[in-house]
Ligand binder design. Structure first.
Ligand code: NAD
Length: 523
């Protein structure tokens, strides 16, 4: 029976976080839209794979040229939707993607080509082994809002060059940047069905997970990541999970205070602290602690906060009110438990609803939420340590393990400590820039995730391995086939001795016994 009742179409509203201006309203994809996009992409994937790697690399080169030509426009679109300063949009988003394309253009061939697998075991010497890398087919990508261009674009480029089709479900807060990515890719020669964006919220992401995709690359919070992992386990869907972080910075007693404090301020406040690789925990040797904390506070007070579109802005707004509330609650909890506020520690309502002052907290402890939960905002909490062992213990005392940094004038000492820290990446004397090193794998351990994006290992995630075994003696039965008996058992013992006995004499005797196998009668 027809009814007048209509299910309201959910809307996705893109808002400029600095001004509150509505940029655009879009329809939110429902389950049927997501499944239709997946069906179209599936149907188009085989032809894309058949075009060959050379063609797909040429498309990436074209994409690189088009992105370079539109770099300022894309940077402005990113700043408009996320609020970060224009320079950050250019350097941490556009440049990262240009370089990821450069890496894939240069290296995809070497990573994806067939690879011979030589056999060591004498029993299998007469076979050729090959590793063949095949596209998964259809890769689903679900991405967050904080790096709305560089995260989905780097993952998409790797998936496409490997011969997959991609359906991207970007964050509901940043759909416009994802649509810019689509227009660049389509203009560069990626067929519209091979790369599609479904604009939608969490339920649209959940629908993508239920749809017949072959692999999912998810970037987002630990809470959503756990839900994704549970749903993926039900259908044994391979997933990459790039999740949250609580990255420690270890400032050793021989560190350069001026350099390390500038790094801490940039590492904690870039993108208003909304980076998975943000410095979220500062551990400083007691001998430098007070001077380091004062240097951080003094540099923080010099930061210019405002709309990211203004060229002099150092720190822009946060993305939305809920994110500001998390920061506020972490700072209030720390203050109530005895932390000292050296800079900031409050909202900046005179600038707009989403502005929170870059904040330096001293004398925090691991009992405070600010040192245990991901804050994802402009706060630099500092704590003193007495020796390297204690610093490593503090760094590892976290459920997260995305990245970390060690600051010292002695790089060998830094390297030794770096090896003891539980994290996917540890930088000695730098922070965050690992994300822009296209050759470097990106990903975490512990609650920070599974698998890798970027670099060779990120590309390997976009293919499944097929081992191809070709026997070079098609007319010969294998000696290990049926027709067993006591003499065969002894011959096999000899064969094992020939290959693995410690003494030369035993190996030679083994070879003589094994030779009998050539006269064996088989079925
Ligand atoms: P989020 O988990 O809220 O959302 C991420 C994406 O998942 C969005 O597109 C969202 O719509 C979608 N989603 C939400 N619920 C879903 C569901 N049930 N099923 C499927 N999809 C669903 O995260 P966010 O707030 O957008 O991003 C911030 C988080 O992302 C932080 O924790 C940050 O550390 C993390 N992050 C990690 C990395 C990394 O590389 N490790 C990079 C950037 C951000």
């Amino acid at each position: 029976m027809a009814t007048d009742l209509q299910i309201p179409v959910r809307r996705i509203v893109s808002v400029n976080p600095a001004t509150g201006e509505v940029l655009r309203e879009l329809a939110c994809a429902g389950e049927a839209d997501v499944f239709a996009a997946v069906a179209r992409a599936r149907a188009a994937q085989a032809a894309w794979a058949e075009l060959g790697l050379r063609h797909r690399i040429a498309v990436l080169r074209e994409f690189q040229g088009k992105l370079h030509a539109r770099k300022s426009e894309i940077a402005a679109a990113i700043t408009g939707e996320v609020g970060k300063p224009l320079v950050e949009s250019l350097v941490t988003e556009v440049l990262v993607v240009l370089d990821a394309a450069r890496f894939l253009v240069d290296r995809a061939w070497r990573v994806l080509r067939d690879e011979p697998i030589p056999h060591g075991n004498l029993a299998t010497k007469l076979k050729s082994g090959w590793l063949v890398r095949e596209p998964h087919g259809l890769v689903g990508i679900i991405s967050p809002w904080n790096y709305p261009f560089s995260i989905p674009a780097t993952e998409t480029l790797a998936a496409l060059v490997a011969g997959n089709a991609v359906v991207l479900k970007p964050s509901e807060l940043t759909p416009l940047v994802a649509l810019e990515l689509a227009s660049l890719l389509h203009a560069s020669g990626v067929p519209e069905e091979v790369f599609q964006v479904v604009v939608g919220d969490g339920p649209a992401g959940a629908a993508l997970l239920r749809s017949p995709i072959d692999k999912l690359v998810f970037t987002g919070s630990v809470a959503t990541g756990k839900r994704i992992a549970a749903a993926a386990a039900e259908r044994l869907l391979p997933v990459v999970l790039e999740l949250g972080g609580k990255d420690p910075m270890l400032v050793l007693d021989d560190a350069n205070v001026d350099v390390a404090s500038s790094a801490a301020v940039w590492g904690a406040f870039v993108n208003a602290g909304q980076a998975c690789l943000s410095v979220e925990r500062g551990y400083v040797h007691r001998s430098l602690y007070e001077s380091f904390a004062q240097a951080c506070a003094q540099k923080t007070k010099q930061l210019r906060i405002g709309n990211g579109m203004h060229p002099n802005t150092d720190v822009g707004p946060m993305i939305r009110e809920q994110q500001v509330q998390i920061v506020e609650s972490h700072v209030e909890d720390a203050k109530a438990r005895g932390a000292r506020v050296l800079a900031g520690g409050k909202r900046l309502p005179e600038l707009g609803v989403n502005f929170y002052a870059p904040t330096v907290l001293a004398d925090v402890t691991h009992d405070m939420r600010i040192m245990r939960e991901e804050t994802f905002g402009p706060v630099l909490p500092l704590m003193a340590f007495d020796n390297d062992d204690e610093a490593v213990r503090m760094a590892n005392d976290s459920e997260y393990g995305l990245a970390a940094s060690v600051w010292t004038r002695d790089s060998k000492r830094g390297e030794r400590l770096a090896r003891r820290i539980h994290a996917g990446t540890v930088m000695v004397n730098d922070v965050i820039s690992c994300f822009g090193i296209s050759e470097a794998p990106h990903g975490g351990v512990k609650a920070s995730g599974l698998g890798r994006t970027h670099g060779r290992f990120g590309l390997e995630e976009m293919v499944r391995l097929k081992y191809l075994d070709v026997d070079r003696m098609p007319g010969m039965k294998k000696v290990w086939w049926h027709g067993y008996g006591e003499s065969f058992r002894r011959q096999m013992e000899g064969f094992l001795d020939m290959q693995f006995a410690r003494g030369l004499g035993m190996r030679v005797r083994g070879a003589f016994r094994a030779a009998g196998v050539l006269r064996r009668r088989q079925l």
